[in-house]
Design a protein around this ligand. Structure first.
Ligand SMILES: [Zn+2]
Length: 275
């Protein structure tokens, strides 16, 4: 799933092209992708976007007149691109906007499941839609993070992924961040020392910044991730083979030397706990 660095890299790339010309034609949209019907998509035609914004893992395109917001959530498999005039558009677009001048904003989604969503909202409705999200992960800082951790009786990996608590981090970046912070993915959030809270706050900022810089240069997953999906590859810090553990419905990757004092973590899949 695209997380904060990936979505922010797209936002930066889309900001100028989407605001260069007014929308000429809005749609077509896959019935499962477009989540709203009022106002109709055609309301966008003739209006210009002010640019591209981001909140958590969502992209927002507010219109220049301040009346509408197009909200896009790509989920796991959605991808969004701006095609220049004359570039061939994909046959299977889940959503499309054509601009005066001939450019197109195109959302595609691999696989049979249509989970990505597009909403056309008033600014008030967009605000309500985003209300449940916790603060942005970047720039949270030691003090604010400490307050959040103190109130959450949760394990770190699952807490970092919870968008209501901290927004923008998913399982890939939770793996990278906890490795850099030298913290066990299963460590209870309330049990961290002030030094560990500070390490975690720094790791959140440094890892998400590293991810954004690489994604802006077009780097692929294999070059961006150092821990996520790197089972048995040597840890880039200590050389120990990386391990994996299943927790709830997620697979977590970690270094037993850097993060868990040499211990291997035991699976805590729901299916195993229920047996
Ligand atoms: Zn290591």
């Amino acid at each position: 799933m695209p997380e904060l660095p990936e979505v922010e890299a797209w936002r930066r790339a889309l900001n100028d092209p989407v605001s260069a010309f007014p929308v000429e034609h809005a749609g077509p949209a896959h019935i499962a992708t477009l989540k709203t019907f009022d106002p109709p998509l055609s309301t966008l035609e003739g209006r210009r976007f002010a640019g591209a914004e981001r909140r958590a893992k969502r992209l927002l395109f507010p219109t220049e007149d301040g009346e509408l917001v197009l909200l896009v959530h790509l989920m796991s498999a959605g991808r969004i691109r701006y095609l220049l005039a004359g570039e061939k558009s994909p046959k299977t677009a889940a959503f499309c906007l054509r601009f005066q001048g001939g450019g197109e904003l195109v959302l595609t989604e691999g696989g049979p499941k249509k989970r990505a969503g597009v909403w056309l909202l008033t600014p008030e409705a967009a605000e309500a839609e985003l209300e449940h999200l916790g603060p942005e992960a970047v720039g949270l800082g030691e003090e604010r993070l400490g307050e959040i951790l103190a109130t959450e009786p949760r394990r770190l990996h699952s807490l970092l992924r919870d968008q209501r608590i901290v927004s923008g981090i998913g399982r890939a970046w939770a793996n990278e961040i906890l490795h850099t912070a030298k913290l066990s993915p299963f460590a209870p959030a309330q049990g961290l020392s002030p030094g560990q809270v500070s390490q975690l706050a720094e790791a959140i900022d440094s890892e998400l910044a590293r991810g954004l810089a690489l994604r802006e240069r077009g780097a692929k997953d294999a070059q961006v991730y150092r821990v996520h999906k790197k089972l048995h590859e040597p840890c880039h810090v200590c050389g120990t083979p990386l391990e994996r553990v299943d927790f709830e419905e997620h697979t977590i990757f970690y270094c037993p030397e850097c993060q868990t004092g040499g211990r291997l973590l035991k699976d805590r899949r729901l299916s195993r706990l229920l047996r």
